[in-house]
Design a binder for this molecule. Structure first.
Ligand SMILES: [Zn+2]
Length: 161
């Protein structure tokens, strides 16, 4: 069993070729639902202790286990989290991940271009870092206009009409 963090800070549980998302946390146990419940209507579910131990399956899946699929999702999730959190470039992250991946995972990961685009999207989603000084503060034009072409950030010398 393995727990991975999603880019949105959620937890995903991987076990025996199935992937689960956290449904609800109770006082000392957690309920997990199959990650495919939305797409396939699968009712597969299990419980673990609150420390992610002792997995017990109590509802079975309506689809076969897919170990490669889980590995691929795991790798994609890990890469996206790295793109978001680390300073490594998408290229480096991808190269590193591919070195560790099995042949099956590599074959199912999709094209290198698509992977890179995914990672770049994560990178762009990051907030710009806080400027150290006013000289570094750059407000992009699209943030300084309320409607196309009408600025709402005004200098102090501007008179009201
Ligand atoms: Zn399922």
């Amino acid at each position: 069993m393995e727990i991975i963090k999603t880019t949105r800070g959620g937890d995903k549980l991987c076990l025996d070729g199935f992937m689960y998302v956290k449904k609800r946390t109770y006082s000392n146990w957690i309920r997990w639902n199959c990650a495919r419940s939305r797409t396939t209507g699968c009712k597969g579910a299990l419980t673990t202790s609150d420390s992610f131990e002792d997995p017990r399956s109590f509802l079975s899946h309506n689809h076969p286990a897919d170990r490669t699929g889980v590995e691929v999702t795991k790798l994609r999730t890990t890469m996206k989290a790295q793109a978001k959190q680390s300073r490594s470039r998408p290229n480096q992250i991808l190269t590193q991940a591919l070195l560790q991946a099995s042949t099956e995972v590599r074959a199912n990961l999709g094209s290198v271009q698509t992977c890179k685009r995914d990672l770049q999207r994560q990178r762009r989603g990051r907030l710009p870092k806080d400027p150290a000084s006013l000289q570094e503060l750059v407000i992009p034009d699209e943030s300084a206009t309320s409607q196309p072409g009408s600025p709402f950030l005004c200098g102090t010398s501007r008179k009201s009409p």
